[in-house]
Write a protein that binds this ligand. Structure first.
Ligand code: ZN
Length: 426
């Protein structure tokens, strides 16, 4: 089949998804400033208090240079701005506005379905109740969806509706800068190590997912995010099993900064249905220290077999990889040049891929950018483009009955085919 190359207006038209996007990492500098003014928060003071950015004026230029950088040297450095942004996201209005902006920007570029993820514990302050936090985010998302769905073609059933869901994140690594909840957790549990505290907090997030579902909020999944190296997913097994036993869908950031073992652990110990990133899936060098049953380090063939076994499991069980190329190029120095990305190997193994942005503002990226990047770098054909678009909808943690999800996907496919025909892609 021939190589596909579409221009940006064409990509925008295609029905797309974003299954991996963080609310806080998607607050643009302008919105951050507006929220700070509205809430009478001095960003220079925040910078001083948190030791982030060294801001002198807090103006747009400074925010763009010191917080929303063009390049980050590691995942750890990439994660720093989140603490700064979250200072303006601890009120109903702040969360609602940020969620509205995220949904608006997504829908405007033809993203028909997305899952907004955030860590509720980062937004907690005394008096701001858990359900109020999630409801504030939902209110912003719903407002944007209602506006975009107020459209003749959609009402007539000629185009698929704009939809969304919410995923609540637990954190692998926690610290006191991340908000009052984590600070109290430290203060109230003297003697417990970081890992145990984080595991306690993650079980609370899992319980909140269930509570939200009982209260009719469109929260459809649980995620584990944050610094990966040294903070294994299996520490959070209790939270994942809590979800698994209740039929709550889970995903996990894994294989972003750490090797194939991290991905295996998420799949085999935590029963996740999707993996955030999975970039190190084929990194056999990441297994150099791994020992076999005989106690000796794995040899080359054993390493290859280990990696192939995980890839086969992922492909065969339709576990989707949430791939965020721009973000990977910023957090992983080896991937500055994205032609080194394992994306073609994912395609070769017929692994389901759901393209995502990760953090629209911190990464300065859109879904359209990511599609353009894929077409420019990886020589995909029409079938692969179709699988990317439709695969996102199939991998969704859809917040409704399966029959409804199937009917929605069917509308998406019909619409996609119509557009593809008009663009001459067949
Ligand atoms: Zn992420």
């Amino acid at each position: 089949m021939k190589r596909i190359k579409l221009d940006r207006p064409q990509i925008k038209l295609l029905p797309k998804t974003d299954l991996h996007v963080h609310l806080d990492g998607s607050v643009p500098p302008m919105t951050l400033q507006e929220l700070a003014v509205e809430q009478k928060i001095d960003l220079v003071e925040v910078s001083k208090k948190l030791g982030i950015g060294g801001l002198k004026s807090g103006d747009m230029n400074e925010l763009e240079a010191k917080i929303f950088k063009k390049q980050y040297n590691s995942l750890a450095e990439y994660l720093v701005p989140f603490e700064f942004i979250n200072v303006v996201l601890r009120s109903e209005e702040g969360l609602k506005k940020a969620a509205y902006k995220l949904a608006f920007d997504n829908f405007r570029e033809g993203v028909r379905y997305f899952e907004c993820r955030f860590a509720p514990q980062k937004h907690w302050v005394n008096g701001f109740d858990w359900l109020e936090i999630v409801s504030a985010v939902n209110a912003g998302l719903k407002q944007a969806a209602d506006e975009f769905n107020n459209n003749k073609e959609i009402k007539a059933g000629k185009e698929p509706e704009f939809k969304y869901a919410i995923i609540l994140c637990a954190m692998r690594m926690i610290n006191q800068n991340m908000g009052d909840y984590y600070r109290y957790l430290y203060e109230l549990h003297v003697g417990l190590d970081l890992q145990n505290l984080a595991a306690m907090a993650s079980l609370e997030v899992a319980k909140l997912v269930e509570l939200c579902q009982e209260n009719g909020l469109p929260v459809s999944g649980f995620d584990l995010a944050g610094r990966e190296d040294g903070f294994p997913a299996e520490v959070h097994k209790t939270a994942f099993l809590f979800c698994y036993e209740r039929g709550i869908s889970t995903t996990c950031h894994a294989g972003e900064a750490y090797g194939p073992e991290s991905i295996r652990s998420a799949i085999k110990h935590c029963h996740v249905r999707r993996i955030g990133h999975g970039t190190q899936l084929f990194n056999e060098k990441g297994l150099l220290n791994k020992k076999g049953e005989n106690g000796k380090p794995l040899n080359h063939q054993e390493r290859k077999a280990y990696v192939t076994d995980i890839a086969e499991w992922i492909a065969d069980n339709r576990i989707a990889l949430e791939v965020c190329l721009k973000s990977n190029s910023q957090t992983l120095p080896d991937l500055r040049d994205l032609s080194n990305h394992p994306f073609p190997s994912f395609l070769k193994h017929q692994i389901r891929i759901a393209l995502g942005t990760d953090n629209r503002a911190i990464s300065r990226v859109s879904v359209t950018d990511e599609y353009e990047r894929v077409m420019n770098l990886y020589n995909i054909d029409h079938k692969q483009l179709r699988d990317l678009c439709v695969g996102g909808f199939k991998a969704a943690f859809y917040p409704g009955p399966y029959t409804e999800k199937r009917a929605y996907i069917s509308r998406v496919i019909t619409y996609y085919k119509k557009l593809a025909g008009e663009m001459g892609l067949f």
